[in-house]
Design a protein around this ligand. Structure first.
Ligand code: SAM
Length: 370
């Protein structure tokens, strides 16, 4: 195993699922440190030292889905539902642009009605238009994360200016997917949506929950192989964290520290296997450890998504228990985060969309340029 890590530099392009699994199962401190180091070098080699910020705006917690792990599932009657107005979203997006973030993620619960689709289309178009400036001539880069939609809807959002879309498969195992979701939400439909996104021209983000009920390291290894097979451009994955009102909260999972390490190791392995994709150090890492996101960067992530939704609303966007609600728009918070990033030997990218090298290569290929 150790020799696999030692030789897993730029020359290794193909990992078998068995090799991926054995990397995911490393537990010894020395082996984990070797994995981290390899992933760190692979990050610098394929993505450089820059860490990109995407301000995440959680603009609505109204959701028609009933995922068995999620705190904002439609059956949870304790949630106070909200939807931000276009002007509020625009204000937050402009704040991100002024801070040099370069990109935003617009995320919400899932709705497919015409009113919602029109609203999101209008918001995307407006944010694009209103954030154009000399430093960002094409406005902010926009990643959408509003779940499963029809192909026509995805095409409308793309036309309006969203160029990246994050839709997690949650698990590449149809068996686990069935256990985590009600019968009307299917693995096949999620898979179809991912194909639509790719065919429309989005940069596609995928991801899974790590350490969720009944998931084994073999399942996780299949997930990593799935990302490779789907040729994804970006990954947004994090540890599963129970929400007290969700049905899966009754199922025992590994202790938080184990889930945290599993998530960090998975980031490292994804970096080694997929190499030049963007990987986000997610909020769920920070929930399990105050410096979880920085550790994620150290294990191979290169994107951070500061939460810019005002804490009043964020309190109601509780996907899982103990989700942090710090005011990340506070200048002190920003400076501390940036300082920690510099202490890791990295730098913060400014006024750039920060697309993954993987996506940029594909675009060149599609344009037929040698
Ligand atoms: N509905 C959209 C979708 O599914 O893409 C966007 C919002 S959804 C709440 C965003 C992500 O939150 C999901 O993809 C899921 O992985 C994550 N999530 C939900 N509940 C979680 C939990 N208990 N622990 C960790 N992640 C969770």
């Amino acid at each position: 195993m150790r020799s696999l890590i030692q030789t897993s530099g730029a020359s290794i392009t193909n990992f078998s699922t068995a090799q991926i699994r054995s990397l995911l199962e490393l537990t010894g401190p020395k082996e984990i440190e070797a994995l981290r180091r390899e992933a760190h070098w692979a990050t610098l080699l394929h993505c450089g030292i820059t860490v990109f910020f995407r301000g995440i705006i959680e603009f609505s917690n109204i959701c028609t889905c009933d995922c068995c792990y999620c705190g904002i599932r439609r059956s949870n009657r304790d949630v106070v539902r909200y939807q931000l107005a276009k002007a509020q979203i625009l204000r937050q997006a402009k704040w991100c642009a002024e801070r040099g973030f370069g990109s935003v993620v617009l995320q919400s619960g899932e709705r497919r009605d015409a009113r919602f689709v029109d609203f999101v289309t209008d918001v995307v178009r407006t944010v694009k238009k209103e954030t154009r400036c000399s430093l960002l001539p094409d406005g902010l880069g926009i990643t959408l994360c509003v779940g499963e939609q029809s192909r026509e809807t995805y095409a409308r959002f793309f036309e309006a200016g969203a160029h990246r879309y994050l839709l997690r498969i949650e698990t590449s195992s149809p068996r686990l997917f069935r256990r985590w979701h009600p019968a009307d939400q299917t693995f096949e439909q999620r898979h179809r949506c991912l194909s639509h996104l790719r065919s429309i021209g989005y940069q596609v983000g995928n991801g899974v929950m790590i350490g969720a009920p009944w998931q084994t390291s073999a399942d996780l290894a299949d997930d990593v192989a799935f990302f490779k097979e789907m040729d994804v451009d970006m990954i947004g994955m994090g540890p599963y964290i129970p929400h007290h009102a969700a049905p899966l909260a009754n199922v025992d999972v590994e202790p938080p520290a184990v889930r945290l390490q599993r998530a960090l190791s998975t980031i490292a392995v994804v970096r080694l296997v997929l190499r030049d994709v963007n990987i986000a150090a997610t909020t769920a890492l920070q929930t399990l450890s105050p410096l979880g996101r920085e550790r994620g960067l150290d294990f191979g992530a290169n994107v951070i998504m500061p939460q810019v939704t005002s804490p009043d609303f964020r309190k109601q966007y509780t996907l899982y228990d103990a989700k942090p609600c710090d005011n990340e728009t506070d200048p002190g918070f920003q400076n501390t985060l940036e300082k920690r990033i510099r202490n890791l030997g990295r730098e913060v990218g400014r006024n750039r969309w920060g697309d993954s090298p993987h996506a940029r290569v594909r675009q060149v290929r599609l344009r037929g340029v040698a």
